[in-house]
Every structure is written in C-alpha cells, then in structure tokens.
Design a protein around this ligand. Structure first.
Ligand code: CAA
Length: 285
C-alpha cells in the first residue's frame, strides 16, 4: 500500500507539472516527484544525466516514467549540450513494467485494461514524447547501457544518438514475442542502424544481442568493462563538448537529414549550413 501511495503522489506531481506547462505556467518538475516515479535527474554545467532509478524492478518503465522523461525534455536548460541516459543497478532497463498487463496494474497508474478505449493511441503518442526529444539537434544524447536493455529499455537506448555499452549488455526487442510491436520510436533507428533484414530477424526472434555483436551491428559505439562505463561516457562527453556548440548543432542537423535527401539535395544543405557557419566565424572573428 505504501509504495502505491508514493507512486500515486509521484504521478500526480508529474501530471500537475504537465498541466501547469499546458496552461502556460512554468513549473519545474521537482526532484522528489521524479524520485517517486523512479527517476533521478542532475544537471552539471553542459551535461544533464537522467538515471532510471528503480533497480529493484530492473528499471521497468511505466506511463509515469514516460511523462516525467517528456517533462525533462520540455524543461531542459538551454545550456545543456549533452544528455546522458543511464540505469541504476544491474540492468539498464527491463522494459515496460509488466504489471501494466495484469488486472491489478501498477499502483497509482492502473493497467492497460483501463486505457484501452478512446484516446489509447493518444496515450501512446504521449509516451513516445519521452523518447523523441533525445534527437534534438541542439543536444547529443548518450545511452550508457549495462546488463539488460529489453523492449522499452532497448528502445530508450535507441532513442539516444550514441550508445556506450558494458561488456555484459543484453539488447533484446522482446515485444513481438509478447504479441506486441515495438512502438516507443525504436523501429526507425533500429532499421537505420542495422538494416531491414537484421532488424526483422532481431525483432521477430526476440533474441539477445551481447556486446561483441552490438559493436559489430553498430548498435554500440564502444564496449567497455562495466566498471569503466561511467568513465567512458564522461570521456566521450568531454570530447563532444570540445567542439563549438553551433558547429556541432549544424553538423548534427545536416547528418540527420542525409538519409531522406538525394545527393544533390544534401550537397545543397551542406552549402546552406556552411554559408551560415563561415559568416558567423567572420562576424565573431
Ligand atoms: N516489469 C515489472 N517488474 C519487473 C520487470 C518488468 N519488465 N523486469 C523485472 N521486474 C522485477 C521482477 O518482477 C523482480 O521483482 P520482485 O523482486 O518483486 O520479484 C525484480 O524486478 C527483479 O527481477 P528478476 O529477479 O527477474 O531479475 P534478474 O536480474 O534475474 O532478471 C530480467 C532480469 C532478465 C530483466 C528479468 O527480470 C526479465 O526477463 N524481466 C522481464 C523483461 C520483459 O519481458 N520486459 C518487457 C519487454 S517488452 C516492452 O518493453 C513492451 C513495450 O515497449 C511496448
């Protein structure tokens, strides 16, 4: 009962903050509200760190987790350039909280059976907002992934621009094996990274991908011993921050658009970005 009350309070605090934002009132989501839904959030200069912090439940995710992640994205200080997403404990995230599929549901949040009617697709759209902001050109997001990253956990890692994994990582797109599809924005980055045939094989078999294969499939930029994960992420963040912000943002925007443009269109986009860059270098010099 105690944890149910806590979760209800946390969800209410997240919802209050969302309503305040929709009503135009700027209200920061508090650390205690985040803690109540199993998240920790720290901003240190140009680096924000979001930690899934329910290790006893292997950082399983609920609708409250996604509302809070979306709020963090909405409120992200403009000074932040790097967002690190990590998980406390042995697993990055065991995916969706499976209690949502039980009649009792998650304390304070209910179960899927209570949201199946009208507006259900909109609920999923809201949940997807937790993942989509991590691709903004103004930031670079890094997932630090140890242990299991299953279903929604794998998709959260895929929502980030870059992934550094520990040598015990186990990626698994479990949704099809549970009668579902991956719907938290993970299918596009997965296909973009590993290609359609491998994405199809990984999803429909729901098999696990370890560190060595993750590197080979380009699902990870780097694999390190688990005790070196934080240091490796900090080193990457420092290297990324060494480049001036507007150049980094313009470069990310340019690269992100490359997949949907022809060579000629991409060449034009390069020119357009470069004109702005060189003019600004002269203006500041
Ligand atoms: N939801 C709720 N609780 C979970 C959970 C989940 N997804 N995963 C783990 N837990 C809980 C366990 O119930 C257990 O709780 P209790 O101590 O209260 O019994 C606790 O976390 C520890 O779990 P394990 O003892 O199983 O830990 P482990 O380290 O031996 O195994 C694991 C870890 C392999 C991740 C295993 O827990 C597991 O297989 N979990 C389920 C994974 C899963 O199927 N997730 C759904 C993916 S699909 C998805 O995410 C859908 C979507 O996006 C739409």
């Amino acid at each position: 009962v105690g944890s149910g009350v806590t979760a209800r309070k946390g969800l209410r605090a997240v919802n209050d903050a969302v309503e305040a934002a929709q009503g135009g009132r700027a209200e920061q989501i508090s650390a205690s509200a985040l803690a109540e839904v199993g998240l920790r959030y720290e901003v240190d200069g140009e680096i924000a760190t979001i930690t899934l912090n329910r290790p006893d439940k292997r950082n399983a995710q609920t609708f409250a987790t996604w509302s809070a992640l979306a709020r963090i994205g909405d409120d992200l200080p403009e000074t932040v350039r790097i967002v690190v997403v990590k998980g406390e404990g042995p697993s990055f995230s065991a995916g969706i909280d499976l209690r949502l599929f039980t009649p009792g549901g998650v304390p304070g949040e209910g179960s899927f059976s209570s949201v199946l009617g009208e507006g259900f697709e909109e609920r999923i759209a809201q949940a997807q907002q937790a993942f989509l902001w991590l691709r903004r050109p103004e930031i670079i997001s890094i997932a630090a992934v140890q242990g299991h990253a299953i279903g929604a956990g794998f998709q959260l890692a895929l929502a980030c621009d870059l992934r550094i994994v520990a040598d015990d990582v186990q990626f698994c797109m479990k949704e099809p094996a549970l009668g579902l599809v991956p719907d938290l924005t993970g299918t596009k980055p997965l296909v973009d990274i590993v290609g359609l045939p491998r994405a199809l094989e990984l999803c429909v078999t729901a098999r696990k991908v370890g560190a060595e294969e993750a590197l080979r499939l380009r699902l990870a930029e780097l694999a390190v011993p688990v005790e070196e994960l934080d240091t490796a992420v900090a080193d990457l963040a420092a290297a990324l921050l060494a480049t001036e912000r507007s150049a980094a943002t313009a470069t990310k925007r340019l690269l992100q658009g490359a997949g949907s443009r022809t060579l000629e269109e991409q060449a034009a986009a390069e020119r357009a970005e470069q004109v702005v860059r060189i003019r600004s270098l002269f203006a500041s010099g």
